[in-house]
Design a protein around this ligand. Structure first.
Ligand SMILES: Cc1ncc(COP(=O)(O)O)c(C=O)c1O
Length: 366
C-alpha cells in the first residue's frame, strides 16, 4: 500500500509509520554511537546498557522488576520477538488463542510454528473482550494466549477487568501469556495496564515493546522482551538463529530514549490524541461510521455509509478516486462478515497531511 501511495502520489494513511522523526537526543545518541565506532555485532541478547534501560523503564511504568541479564532481551523489532516467542514456545499441533482481528505477523508466525489459531473476536464498534468466548477458546491443546493491547488494528485497550479475566483463566489453565504492548504509551481514554502486573501473571507472561513505536523510529527495528528467565531463554535461543543481533548504534540511542523524562511519554500520547480527534472528526464529517480508538495510532471506519459493501474494494479505488491510501481490515480477519466493510486509517502524520487527506476525501465523496 505504501508503494501504491508513492506511485499514485496519494496521501498515505495506510502503513503505520510516523512522518516525523523521534526525539532529537535519541537521534544524536545514534550518530554519536556510529562515530564512536559502535558498528560491529553487539552481544546477542543486546548491549547491557539497553537491557538495563529496558528494565528501568519497565519498573518505572509498571512497578515490576526484571533482571537485565536473564529477564530482558533485545530483539530486531517486536516483529522478531513475536516470531521467536512463537517458534520457541509452541510445538506443531498446539493451539494459540489470539485476538481477532490479528496483527498480520501473528498469523504467519503461528503458521511457521505449525500451530493452530483459536480466535477470540473483538467486535465493532467497541471491540470489547468477550470473556466467555475466551474461556471457550481454551482447550487441552492450548499452549499460549497471545494478546495485543493497545490493539492494532482496532485501537482497543484492554481494561483492568478484562485483563483480570485473562489472568484468572491463564492461572487456572496454567498457560503462558504473550502480550504485545508496542503501543503501551499511546492511550487516550483509559491507561494501559501491563498484563504482567496482575496476580499470578509475572511468572507466566512475556511482554514486548518497540522503539519503532515508542520513539517514532520504525526503521531502526529495535524491540525488547521482558519476562521470567525460562521464557526469555526460549525466545533468546530462537533469536540466536533468526538474526543473532542487529542495530548496534541504535541500541545505546534507544537506551537514552527509555530514560527520557515522563513528559516525553505523556507528550507523545497527548500529541497523538489531538491527531486522533482531528482525523476522526474529519472522517465522521464525510458520513463514515468512525470507531474512535482508545489507543494506538489507527482509527477504524465502516465504509458502508459511502455505498461500499467491501473495505477491500473501497481501498483499491481510493487512490484513484481520492488520492488517499488506507488499509482494508479484511487483511486482519478470518471473519469477513465482520471485518469486510471496515477500513483502518493511520493518524501518526502531520496535521497538514491529515487535513489534506480529509479535504481530498471530501472532494471525492462530498
Ligand atoms: C501490534 C504490533 N506488533 C508489532 C509490530 C512491529 O513492531 P516493530 O516495528 O518493532 O517490529 C507492529 C507494527 O506495526 C504492531 O502493530
Amino acid at each position: 500500500m505504501s508503494a501504491l501511495a508513492t506511485a499514485t502520489r496519494s496521501v498515505n494513511l495506510g502503513q503505520g509509520f510516523p512522518d516525523s522523526d523521534g526525539p532529537e537526543e535519541v537521534v544524536d545518541a545514534a550518530i554519536e554511537a556510529i562515530r564512536a565506532g559502535m558498528n560491529q555485532y553487539p552481544p546477542g541478547p543486546g548491549i547491557p546498557e539497553l537491557r538495563e534501560a529496558v528494565a528501568h523503564h519497565r519498573q518505572r511504568f509498571t512497578g515490576l522488576a526484571y533482571d537485565p541479564d536473564t529477564e530482558v532481551l533485545v530483539t530486531t523489532g517486536a516483529t522478531e520477538a513475536i516470531a521467536a516467542a512463537l517458534l520457541g514456545l509452541v510445538d506443531p499441533g498446539d493451539e494459540v488463542v489470539v485476538l481477532e482481528p490479528y496483527y498480520d505477523s501473528y498469523v504467519a508466525c503461528i503458521g511457521f510454528a505449525g500451530a493452530l489459531r483459536r480466535p477470540v473476536t473483538l467486535r465493532p464498534p467497541t471491540y470489547d473482550l468477550d470473556v466467555d468466548q475466551l474461556r471457550d477458546a481454551v482447550t487441552d491443546r492450548t499452549r499460549l494466549l497471545l494478546l495485543n493491547t493497545p490493539h492494532n488494528p482496532t485501537g482497543a485497550v484492554l481494561s483492568r477487568e478484562e485483563l483480570e479475566a485473562v489472568a484468572a483463566l491463564a492461572v487456572e489453565r496454567d498457560l503462558v501469556v504473550v502480550v504485545d504492548e508496542v503501543y503501551e504509551h499511546m492511550t487516550y481514554e483509559r491507561p494501559h495496564v501491563a498484563a504482567a502486573t496482575l496476580p499470578g501473571m509475572r511468572e507466566r507472561t512475556l511482554s514486548f515493546g518497540s522503539a519503532g513505536k515508542t520513539f517514532s523510529m520504525t526503521g531502526w527495528k529495535i524491540g525488547w522482551v521482558t519476562g521470567p528467565a525460562d521464557l526469555v531463554a526460549a525466545v533468546r535461543t530462537v533469536k540466536q538463529f533468526l538474526t543473532y543481533t542487529s542495530g548496534a548504534p541504535f541500541q545505546p540511542a534507544v537506551a537514552r530514549g527509555l530514560r527520557l523524562p515522563d513528559e516525553y511519554f505523556t507528550g507523545l500520547a497527548s500529541t497523538l490524541r489531538g491527531k486522533r480527534d482531528r482525523l476522526c472528526a474529519g472522517l465522521a464529517g464525510l458520513g463514515l461510521e468512525v470507531h474512535v480508538p482508545r489507543g494506538t495510532y489507527f482509527a477504524t471506519t465502516d465504509v458502508r455509509p459511502l455505498g461500499y459493501a467491501s473495505g477491500l474494494d473501497f481501498c483499491r479505488e481510493l487512490p484513484g478516486r481520492a488520492g488517499v491510501v488506507a488499509i482494508p481490515h479484511a487483511v486482519f480477519w478470518d471473519d469477513q462478515e465482520i471485518g469486510g466493510p471496515l477500513v483502518r486509517w493511520a493518524f501518526c502524520k502531520a496535521d497538514l497531511v491529515l487535513d489534506e487527506a480529509v479535504a481530498r476525501l471530501a472532494t471525492a465523496f462530498g
